[in-house]
Design a protein around this ligand. Structure first.
Ligand code: URA
Length: 208
């Protein structure tokens, strides 16, 4: 199976996931599951929280107000959506954009794990505290977890669960950033986000 086929299989599985606490809400509203978008060969993978209304209506991640902020930030560090992969921990919209529950994160987390294994990125950028908590725990960095107000703009190194072509261990960077929605609620935060995003410049030119 190609990487794209593997992603499509994940989309099908989530679309039919009747056991999800968000399945009924999705189907009664004619929403889509949002599995992610971008290059399946990306060096940089962005992980957000959960789709909002615009995302659930279109099936595309970060296409609403937070997405507009994200585009400004990507542009600031000269990254295009085509060269990265963007997804969320929770793949269905929680009602009224409430925070995801621990159970929802438990249900959808394994799909994110599969996507990380398919893409094998060099860097995972966790947007906001939920993505940060999930990704850092997954990569054995749980003991270094801090509130996002302290962790924003930092990079942590971890050992990836895959090996390189010669069977040697692979290092992966986890970058923790504020969620772009903080600049939707308060546009004065945009400059802070732009300053933090500069940490991604060093990854842009790396070869995979
Ligand atoms: N917020 C997220 O975390 N993800 C999206 O796709 C949109 C808004």
């Amino acid at each position: 199976m190609t990487k794209t086929d593997q992603m499509l299989a994940i989309f099908d599985e989530i679309t039919n996931l009747k056991a999800s606490p968000l399945y009924e809400y999705r189907t009664t509203n004619n929403y889509f599951a949002v599995i992610g978008e971008g290059s399946v060969d990306a060096k940089i993978m962005f992980v957000g929280e959960a789709p909002g209304r615009n995302e659930a209506k279109t099936g595309k991640p970060f296409c609403g107000a937070a997405g507009k902020v994200l585009d400004k930030l990507l542009n600031h560090v000269k990254l295009s959506r085509e060269e990265i992969y963007i997804t969320n921990i929770v793949k269905d919209r929680p009602p009224e954009n409430r925070d995801p529950t621990p159970h929802e994160i438990e249900v959808y987390g394994p799909f994110l794990d599969q996507q990380i294994e398919i893409i094998k990125p060099k860097v995972i950028v966790a947007l906001g505290r939920y993505a940060m908590g999930y990704v850092m725990e997954k990569f054995g960095l749980g003991e270094q977890l801090e509130p996002i107000g302290k962790a924003h703009g930092k990079a942590y190194q971890a050992i990836a669960p895959w090996k390189d072509a010669r069977g040697a261990p692979v290092l992966i960077d986890i970058v923790t950033l504020y969620h772009p929605c903080v600049a939707v609620y308060n546009p004065n935060n945009l400059d802070k986000l732009k300053a933090d995003f500069k940490i991604l410049k060093k990854y842009g030119k790396q070869k995979k």
